[in-house]
Design a protein around this ligand. Structure first.
Ligand SMILES: NC(=O)c1ccc[n+]([C@@H]2O[C@H](COP(=O)([O-])OP(=O)(O)OC[C@H]3O[C@@H](n4cnc5c(N)ncnc54)[C@H](O)[C@@H]3O)[C@@H](O)[C@H]2O)c1
Length: 303
């Protein structure tokens, strides 16, 4: 339900795992856009290994929401990140989907408690938050709302594990979940640096890709600092650097997104991309992610 960047990526992944997929998206040109996303994802998915019988032909794009979910076995929602829209959409999907079927949301930050408000059966609504591109990045964060049944959270976690994903099951709702909360903190700091002329877009990207980003792919920010403390590990690290954390390195309040800031971030990205289009960058990203998944031994094991 909703087949843009994320919904389209999910469609590609589900097809590659051998499922038959029905998609619905009310946007103009939704079907050609979706088929282009799937076609662009297919080489990487093929290289990592398709499930038996998996084919792009198992995709049907339906003009009506009800036709898409009427006999579904699992529903993934990936519509725009607007709370009112999601609330209405969940009520509609819930009304049209067989009652035993789980309905999951790709939302980047809303809790299911706030999105489920208008649905008649909120117990089967759950967040399953992916990272872009969902057909290559392993992580899915699964978390229910106040009214989600615990067995729905469990089923959803097991479903995504079964199809080769790394799942973090959270037992409480946190805005932005875990991964986006951390990404958001970094993103706010980056915007402040551009707004204040402290760093260029390109310097910001290089400061991660040439530095901490390399370590984060396998140790994460906590184990990274555990090693930075030397033989004394994290204990020594906190004792040594803890006091300096009081000095104001960060500005965690979000900066005002002025037209000027927006334009300079966009211009910086265009300059950094050079002659590479977004489609070129998607191919480059997928190539490198496939290589990294191999090197790290993270090629998904699936049915
Ligand atoms: N882009 C990311 O990196 C990312 C990562 C993780 C999660 N998400 C989440 O995934 C969801 C989709 O984001 P996206 O980046 O794919 O956006 P997008 O704009 O690329 O796609 C949204 C799609 O929804 C369609 N749409 C519009 N109105 C709709 C409606 N009423 N019902 C169903 N579909 C509708 C649009 O036509 C479009 O194809 C959001 O909740 C977002 O927070 C995005």
């Amino acid at each position: 339900m909703g087949a843009g960047v994320i919904g389209g990526g999910w469609v590609a992944y589900f097809l590659a795992r051998g499922f038959r997929v029905r998609a619905w998206d009310p946007g103009a040109d939704a079907e050609p856009r979706l088929r282009a996303i799937v076609a662009a994802a297919w080489p990487a998915l093929t290289e990592l290994g398709l499930a038996e019988g998996a084919t792009m032909d198992n995709l049907v794009v339906t003009p009506e929401l009800t036709a898409a979910v009427g006999d579904a076995q699992m529903v993934q929602e990936s519509a725009p990140e607007q709370l009112d829209l999601k609330r209405r959409l969940f009520a509609d999907i819930d009304a049209a989907t067989p009652e035993h079927v789980v309905i999951a949301s790709s939302t980047s930050g809303y809790g299911m408690t706030e999105m489920a408000g208008e649905a008649a059966a909120p117990h089967r609504l759950v967040v399953a938050h992916p990272f872009n591109p969902p057909y290559l990045i392993p992580l899915v964060e699964v978390v229910g709302g106040e009214q989600t049944a615990p067995e729905v959270v469990k089923w959803t976690s097991e479903f995504f594990r079964h199809i080769g994903k790394s799942v973090i099951t959270m037992d409480r709702e946190v805005p932005g979940f875990i991964g986006n909360r951390l990404q958001e903190a970094l993103w706010r700091e980056a915007l402040h640096m551009v707004a204040n002329g402290e760093a260029t877009v390109e310097q910001i990207d290089a400061s991660i890709t040439e530095g901490p980003g390399l370590r984060w792919a396998f140790h994460g920010p906590m184990l990274t600092f555990h090693l930075a403390g030397g033989p004394g590990g994290m204990g020594r690290m906190l004792d040594h650097f803890g006091p300096s954390l009081l000095s104001p390195w960060t500005r965690l309040e979000a900066p005002e997104l002025t037209a000027e800031l927006r334009d300079s971030v966009v211009a910086g990205c265009e300059e950094e991309a050079g002659s590479r289009t977004v489609a070129d960058l998607v191919r480059e990203r997928d190539r490198r992610l496939v290589d990294m998944l191999r090197v790290l031994g993270k090629v998904p094991h699936h049915r």
